[in-house]
Write a new protein. Structure first.
Length: 116
């Protein structure tokens, strides 16, 4: 299993970024996919989840209305569009797949820094 995130960077408050996660090594279209983030000194937290066909999506309260998760099963990718970014969104963002069952898999993470 391989999950490769991209799209992070430095952005000013109020700006936007689009993260992508390219997946391989498992039946991508059969699994829920999630984005997590971990800020310095804090625990990793769930940001957004999308079901296998995209029919159900959930967000952390802190990002509702600003972030949008989406997926393209044909391209085996999941995206996180982040708008109206705030300094408190600064974190390493990780892609997660619940495969293998009971263990799950993480990407290497992509740094998002929101600062003026």
């Amino acid at each position: 299993v391989q999950l490769v995130e991209s799209g992070g960077g430095l952005v000013q408050p109020g700006g936007s970024l689009r993260l992508s996660c390219a997946a391989s090594g498992f039946t991508f279209g059969s699994y829920v996919m999630s984005w997590y983030r971990q800020a310095p000194g804090k625990e990793r937290e769930l940001v957004a989840t999308i079901t296998s066909a995209g029919g159900s999506i959930n967000y952390a309260d802190s990002v509702k209305g600003r972030f949008t998760i989406s997926r393209d099963n044909a391209k085996r990718t999941v995206h996180l569009q982040m708008n109206s970014l705030k300094p408190e969104d600064t974190a390493v963002y990780y892609c997660y797949a619940p495969y293998p069952s009971g263990y799950g898999s993480w990407g290497q993470g992509t740094q998002v820094t929101v600062s003026s």
